[in-house]
Write a protein that binds this ligand. Structure first.
Ligand SMILES: NC(=O)C1=CN([C@@H]2O[C@H](COP(=O)(O)OP(=O)(O)OC[C@H]3O[C@@H](n4cnc5c(N)ncnc54)[C@H](OP(=O)(O)O)[C@@H]3O)[C@@H](O)[C@H]2O)C=CC1
Ligand SMILES: Nc1nc(=O)c2c([nH]1)NC[C@@H]1CN(c3ccc(C(=O)N[C@@H](CCC(=O)O)C(=O)O)cc3)C=[N+]21
Length: 295
């Protein structure tokens, strides 16, 4: 029997696990607060940002909601970030990607106070993660680690294959998997668009983590019996019945081979949002000087 790993359920457990710490912090006068900055009018981005606000509301995290018109001059975005950096009531800052072409994404990431960088994308936080001294683990890979743990998947000694090498998913995922730490100690291969014979790599894996942004590219035929399959991909595709959300994994054929698999939607996506709350609570705890219990 293939285990279907329910991301909504695990994310709910994480949110519940944060409640006591949020209450402790709030009672001590430090209500955790996340600020989001949205500077694109893509409906999907708007949906994701509003989901993040709803999640915060549910657990008692305060929010700031900043929306900038996509043709706002970059200077104004930097001014906004400076204000949030300086605001003692704001603990986490998330600038939703993608940004318009006239804004330099790297410069934006560098401008966020690393102590408030709850995405974990600032170069200082990337460096700390790589050095094995992470402050904020990036939300999507951290969420994948929590999903694997919830499904009792042992990473230590496992052969893990990450498909994708982006800065926001593939690279930090691989870095977490090779850490000498809980949820790490995996022998990790990173594949990408120039990988020769991807199927050979995925067939040798105990754990496959698909983050390529190519709809349904990982098929059952590319997997060995018993593989754990984590599908990070979120692709909107048009079908005869309208638009549909699919992952990077061909779910039906992969499920035939997998011992455990995540669905899309309802897999990694909700975990990304839950780990954002996790990082925000950690940020508030650091500011308050209170050691909070994190799930
Ligand atoms: N669930 C969630 O919370 C989140 C989901 N996502 C989703 O995850 C997916 C990946 O996102 P992201 O990392 O930002 O995407 P990017 O487009 O930034 O990176 C994709 C990576 O996949 C590699 N790749 C592309 N095509 C192939 C192929 N045919 N075979 C092997 N490797 C390939 C690319 O290789 P190369 O480097 O050579 O170009 C690149 O490294 C997307 O579907 C995205 O929507 C993203 C963030 C959060
Ligand atoms: N600074 C920044 N940080 C991010 O973390 C970030 C970003 N920019 N830009 C866009 C990507 C994408 N991303 C998702 C988060 C949650 C779901 C999610 O909750 N998905 C649900 C619902 C999907 C739906 O119904 O549309 C699911 O998969 O079940 C999806 C995608 C975060 N990202």
């Amino acid at each position: 029997m293939t285990e279907i790993i329910d991301g909504n359920e695990v994310a709910q457990d994480i949110r519940n696990g944060l409640l006591d710490s949020i209450e402790t912090l709030t009672d001590a006068g430090t209500t955790p607060c996340l600020a989001t900055v949205l500077m694109n009018d893509d409906p999907a981005s708007e949906t994701y940002v509003s989901m993040k606000h709803k999640d915060c509301e549910e657990v008692g995290i305060a929010t700031r909601d900043i929306e900038l018109d996509p043709d706002t001059p970059a200077e104004e975005l930097f001014d906004t970030i400076d204000e949030l950096n300086a605001d003692p009531e704001v603990h986490g800052i998330l600038v939703q990607m993608p940004l318009p072409d006239h804004v330099d994404e790297r410069e934006v990431l560098r401008s966020i106070d690393p102590a408030k960088d709850v995405d974990g994308f600032h170069p200082e936080n990337v460096g700390r993660l790589v050095a094995g001294n992470a402050r904020y683990k990036p939300c999507t890979p951290h969420g994948v680690q929590k999903l694997l743990a919830a499904a009792d998947v042992e990473t230590e000694g496992a052969e893990a294959v990450v498909v994708g090498r982006s800065n926001i998913v593939g690279k930090p995922m691989a870095n977490l998997l090779i850490q000498k730490d809980e949820g790490g100690n995996a022998t990790t291969t990173v594949c990408h668009s120039r990988t020769d014979d991807l199927a050979e790599k995925t067939r040798a894996a105990d754990i496959v983590i698909a983050a390529a942004g190519v709809p349904e590219m990982i098929t059952g035929e590319m997997l060995s019996e018993g593989t754990v399959v984590i599908d990070v991909g979120i692709n909107r595709v048009e079908t005869d019945e309208g638009s549909e959300l699919v992952g990077d994994v061909d779910y039906d054929s992969a499920k035939e081979k997998a011992s455990a698999i995540t669905p899309v939607p309802g897999g990694v996506g909700p975990m990304t949002r839950a780990m954002l709350l996790w990082n925000t609570v950690k940020a508030a705890g650091d500011v308050a000087g209170i050691e909070v219990d994190l799930p």
